[in-house]
Design a protein around this ligand. Structure first.
Ligand code: GYE
Length: 363
């Protein structure tokens, strides 16, 4: 009974999240079927019966207890991260049947490892990790496995030799995001009559070793290889923060006087880069000297595009709370879960009706 209410609530939350995330044509198209199918599934009595039959007798949901979830969060470095934290906090509530133990690791892997160990000590039912970097997790995941606590990865990936150390991963396709950025740039330059021109680029990378950094850099590199007239002058990490993004851009502007494009591996770095460009007496955006593009598509990025500063942003959806809850509900019911779950993502640029899209945006 409790689980039935819970899954209905979760599906409602997921539907809301899905409705809120689109805006762009691509997102709206790909997500439409899920919105109509999901609630119907939740109400099918046959499904519930099947779930009841499969649910392990001692599962927390079956016994009506709260499910305890420890979330080892990266930090609070960006608007994306704030939206992600909010998504978990609003999903894993007591009202929805959960007790959430939230830990902010301040962008440090050692803090995340400590948090996971403390979750194990507290005997939580599930551990969720958004790993700051990809490597170095084997030992602590083995400890969770020995304690019999399932681990779910959200957002960034872990590079582990044994994939039974985690149940599932849900997040964005970062390589694809990078490639979408490169394709957008090619079309945009073509439209400007600059398709054959020598184009000088710089990249403000994310936290080195984080999946979002690795994937976006790789996706963009794939596209660079297709354009012999594109030149990557420099790449440096801006740690996914506005302050560091500004600092890196200041140094790029001192070193190179002919930058055509700056690729920022998240929106907040772009806000810093834009400040640096303006402080250096240069201009950016569709009417300016320097093309600025970034990833995430948070609300402030729309404001920056509307102000004419940012050219385009490539979406990365942070609303993983309901997705992880769905995985937990399936595991509680003894059902199989897809190991790797990518989220659909769109992009936005200044050719679109940004005010209308912004009005519907959930983050
Ligand atoms: O792009 C950035 C955040 O891992 C996808 O982390 C996430 C990234 C996101 O700090 O803003």
């Amino acid at each position: 009974m409790k689980r039935k209410v819970l899954s209905a609530l979760l599906i409602a939350a997921m539907t809301m999240a899905t409705v809120g995330c689109g805006g762009g044509q691509q997102a709206a198209d790909t997500q439409a079927p899920a919105e109509t199918e999901a609630p119907a599934e939740a109400e099918t009595p046959a499904d519930d019966a099947a779930a009841d039959a499969e649910a392990p007798a001692d599962s927390a949901a079956a016994s009506g207890e709260l499910i305890t979830v420890g979330y080892a969060q990266v930090g609070a470095e960006s608007d994306w991260r704030t939206a992600n934290t909010e998504s978990f906090k609003s999903t894993f509530t007591e009202e929805n049947g959960y007790k959430l133990i939230f830990d902010d690791a301040q962008q440090k892997q050692e803090n995340q490892i400590k948090a996971i160990r403390s979750f194990i000590q507290q005997e939580v039912d599930y551990i969720v990790v958004a790993p700051v970097v990809e490597t170095g997790w084997e030992t602590v995941l083995e400890e969770a496995k020995e304690a019999g606590i399932p681990v779910i990865l959200s957002d960034r990936m872990m590079d582990v030799s044994d994939d039974t150390l985690y149940e599932a991963w849900v997040g964005g396709n970062f390589v694809k995001e990078g490639e979408t950025c490169g394709d957008w740039l090619a079309t945009y330059l073509e439209e400007q009559g600059r398709g054959e021109e020598e184009i000088n680029m710089v990249t403000i990378q994310g936290t080195i070793g984080a999946s979002a950094q690795v994937g976006r850099t790789e996706g963009m590199a794939n596209k660079l290889a297709e354009h012999s007239n594109w030149k990557m002058l420099d790449m440096q990490s801006g740690e996914f923060t506005q302050a560091k993004g500004q600092e890196v851009m200041e140094s790029f502007l001192k070193s190179y006087d002919d930058i055509d494009v700056v690729i920022c591996e998240n929106d907040n770095e772009a806000f810093g880069a834009i400040d640096a460009i303006k402080a250096a007496g240069k201009t950016c955006g569709p009417e300016g000297d320097i093309i600025v593009v970034s990833f995430d598509s948070v609300k402030a990025a729309f404001e920056s595009m509307i102000a004419g500063d940012l050219n385009a942003t490539f979406e990365c959806n942070p609303l993983h709370g309901p997705r992880v809850a769905e995985i937990i509900q399936k595991l509680e019911a003894g059902e199989a879960v897809d190991k790797i779950q990518y989220v659909d993502e769109a992009y936005f640029d200044t050719s679109m009706d940004l005010e209308s899209i912004l009005a519907e945006r959930a983050y």
